[in-house]
Design a protein around this ligand. Structure first.
Ligand code: ADP
Ligand code: MG
Length: 347
């Protein structure tokens, strides 16, 4: 069996292209480091940008230490090895877990933060990928079920055998925390790239919107178009990010459908969510990918506090009306079929 293909970190390509003191005379500060299994790059403008970025990096490292599934000192590790006993966790872990559980409920269990044992069986955490037997998956699914996690104050109880994984929401939540740190320090313009989860504060210093390249899910190199945003988060999930090719020649992705225990195959190649908060984007990019186009459209019509771009396996693009004006296809993709999704079904 072939080894896992490494994750392609930068899903969204930046088209900012400036360094040092920007054209507007505003000081630019940049930092990059590795955390939460991915390459992080933060850019902030303004007087306190340097200290704000240092604080942001320390915070991210602190959160990673709480939520890692493999670090024996993490709170998630403690919960996963608690044998059904209550564990007292930090406010941040409680908040993240509460959010993940509420999104699990909202998405009818498409998102399920208790999916970790299934993920382990597929080898996604170790890189030693294998295709588990159907009965093995069915047995593991007995220990999956977000409704059975109990939170009372800061005491969390995870039933014996059940294992949590914050992989689908942790980076998005972190984006919100870092944005808060930078804003509090007085930063009014910033771009945070947390391995393809992008979050921006304000506009670029010159007042124009940030331009983000939307990755082509069928080609690691290219990008399909440009999305112009301000004060928003943009998160993409796709089967091309982390996957392996099985002995049967099939591609198996790292986003698992909790209904079956198998990697989601819903006809979507990627889902990009745009919203104010990174945590909502992250939760929805993963869960709407599992749901597929029709259910995702239904979910958007019902909720409406976010916008999205869906790319189907056939290479068609569906974009919700709220961001259709902010998106333009790149040169080579002029003849791509683009559908604008409206509030009324069939629009
Ligand atoms: P990435 O973090 O790679 O950008 P996602 O936000 O889509 O991608 O999260 C995928 C990760 O979430 C997987 O690697 C795994 O850790 C976890 N995961 C997979 N399937 C589910 C699911 N149905 N519900 C919750 N988490 C999941
Ligand atoms: Mg996600």
């Amino acid at each position: 069996m072939k080894k896992i293909v490494p994750a392609i970190c930068i899903l969204v390509l930046f088209l900012t292209g400036c360094a040092g003191v920007g054209k507007t005379g505003t000081k630019e500060f940049k930092t990059s480091f590795f955390a939460m299994d991915t390459y992080i790059s933060l850019t902030a403008y303004g007087e306190n940008g340097d200290t704000a970025l240092e604080d942001a990096q320390s915070k991210m490292e602190e959160l990673e230490a709480l939520w890692s599934t493999t670090d024996e000192n993490s709170e998630i590790y403690s919960l996963n090895s608690s044998g059904g006993e209550a564990v007292t966790v930090s406010n941040e872990t409680r908040d993240l877990l509460e959010f993940a559980l509420s999104m699990a409920d909202e998405t009818d269990g498409a998102l399920d933060p208790t999916i970790y044992s299934v993920l382990l069986a597929w080898g996604f955490t170790t890189g030693e990928n294998r295709i588990p037997e159907e009965n093995e998956l069915q047995a593991l699914l007995q220990d999956v079920g977000y409704e059975r996690v109990k939170i009372e104050g800061n005491e969390v109880t995870v039933p014996e055998g059940m294992k949590l994984d914050m992989g689908a929401v942790g980076k998005g939540y972190t984006g919100d925390v870092l944005t808060g740190i930078l804003k509090e320090a007085g930063v009014t313009s910033a771009l945070l790239d947390l391995g393809g989860n992008v979050q921006v504060i304000g506009t670029k210093p010159d007042g124009s919107r940030w331009r983000l390249g939307l990755r082509n899910p069928f080609d690691a190199e290219g990008y399909l178009g440009v999305l112009e945003i301000a004060d928003a988060a943009v998160v993409t999930s796709g089967s091309y990010e982390r996957y392996f090719i099985g002995d049967d020649g099939k591609r198996y992705g790292h986003i698992i459908d909790p209904a079956t225990g198998y990697p989601a195959e819903s006809g979507l190649a990627s889902v990009t969510i745009v919203a104010k908060e990174g945590k909502l984007c992250d939760a929805l990019s993963t869960s709407l990918f599992i749901m597929g186009r029709e259910k995702a459209e239904g979910y958007w019509r019902e909720h409406g506090d976010f916008e999205m771009i869906l790319i189907t396996d056939e290479g068609e693009l569906y974009i919700t009306e709220g961001i259709s004006d902010a998106f333009s296809l790149s040169g080579g993709f002029g003849n791509m079929e683009v559908h604008v999704v409206g509030k009324e079904k069939g629009e």
